[in-house]
Design a protein around this ligand. Structure first.
Ligand code: SF4
Length: 363
């Protein structure tokens, strides 16, 4: 048995499920726990975690998929930029098929726009170095997890005097949206399965204000089935004890203070700003924009474009799904008009989206 196998051991998972069932036996109202990380969303569906939990424990997904929470207006700006002759747009693959108000990057590429899929911002930078007569724009979408690498690319570009590399930044930060959802009486969230990758950067201490203000238990949890089940058990125990505190189940990766170096790099290049979240509107202080010192690399400032009027997709309920108010199967378009092959909304496009997870694993 290798190191990773231990975290997928069926007997351990079954034992944890039995313990959770014993702890919650006889409870009338279910406990609702929300995860806010696309990788957790996929892992919970992939391992069939919901099917082995008792009916007293309900898992719902929140705004954890970075592509899904990115609003149409951002896609519309990227689409407007790619129409400028000479510009090369670079992006992670997931963004290609996300529909904007009237088009997607995939559609624009088919029409001749120079849009390239890359695996990291460094690939985009290398492209800029090779094409000094072209403007290369990297679509910087993600949470605290991707922000350090993008900030690092800007610092490197500055050091190298690369004046044709730009980032169209749309970074978002946790845990403020979690606090807003915890205060929503309609949701009645009893605890959070806190994101693992994000927490590796921001640290477990970042959730203390959320716990103090909303009295909601928080457990930073890993991605393997035993991690998730143990995280759920820790949340159940807090609820039963009537306490709310931050706990770290994923201690093999996440510390209380997080990654200081990554935090410093983020602070060097970005400054907090208000951010628009799909389904949640504008939330103050939950975005990261490129600061004045590195404004020359900010695509939004350096490459002005006229953005089309914002339109949402009729019938798509991504906004409600991202708030955890409905499940993907509650959307009338799920699996009929909207499939991974022909997605209507971002939650079906992204490999970390709730609708894509529910469709792929049918749960
Ligand atoms: Fe939007 Fe499709 Fe999900 Fe419905 S199933 S909410 S249309 S992405």
């Amino acid at each position: 048995m290798n190191y990773l196998d231990q975290f997928q051991d069926r007997n351990v998972v079954r034992g944890l499920a039995d313990r959770i069932a014993q702890l919650t036996a006889g409870r009338a109202a279910p406990m609702t726990f929300m995860e806010v990380c696309g990788t957790h969303t996929m892992a919970i569906s992939r391992y069939g975690i919901r099917s082995i939990l008792p009916s007293q424990v309900r898992l719902i997904s929140g705004p954890g998929c970075p592509v899904c929470v990115t609003p149409n207006s951002y896609i519309d700006r990227a689409v407007a930029m790619c129409r400028i002759p000479g510009i090369i747009i670079t992006t992670f693959g997931d963004m290609m098929r996300v529909p904007g108000s009237s088009s997607s990057l995939m559609e624009q590429r088919a029409k001749g726009a120079d849009i390239r899929t890359v695996y990291s911002p460094l690939d985009a930078m290398a492209l800029a170095a090779k094409n000094r007569d072209r403007q290369v724009v990297f679509l910087g979408v993600g949470f605290e997890t991707t922000a350090p690498a993008i900030a690092g690319s800007i610092l490197t570009a500055a050091r190298q005097g690369l004046d044709n590399y730009f980032v169209l930044a749309s970074h978002k930060v946790m845990p403020k949206p979690m606090e807003i959802l915890a205060a929503d009486p309609e949701l009645k969230i009893d605890g959070y399965i806190c994101p693992a990758h994000v927490s590796a950067i921001i640290g477990g201490n970042a959730y203390r204000p959320l716990v103090e203000n909303q009295h909601v238990p928080c457990v930073v949890t890993g991605f393997e089935p035993t991690d998730i089940m143990q995280g759920v058990e820790m949340l159940v125990r807090q609820v039963l004890e009537g306490v709310s505190r931050v706990e770290i189940q994923y201690s093999r990766v996440v510390s209380w203070d997080g990654n200081k170096k990554a935090q410093e790099i983020i602070a060097q290049v970005f400054t907090p700003c208000d951010a628009q979240w799909r389904g949640m509107g504008t939330i103050p202080g939950t975005g990261l924009e490129i600061n004045d010192a590195y404004a020359a690399f900010d695509a939004q400032k350096a490459i002005p474009v006229e953005v089309e009027e914002l339109q949402e997709h009729a019938g798509c309920l991504c906004g409600e799904i991202l708030k955890g108010k409905i499940a993907p199967s509650d959307c009338p378009l799920f699996g009929t008009t909207c499939t991974p092959e022909a997605p209507v909304g971002a939650c079906m496009v992204s490999s970390e989206g709730s609708c894509a997870a529910a469709y792929k694993y049918m749960n």
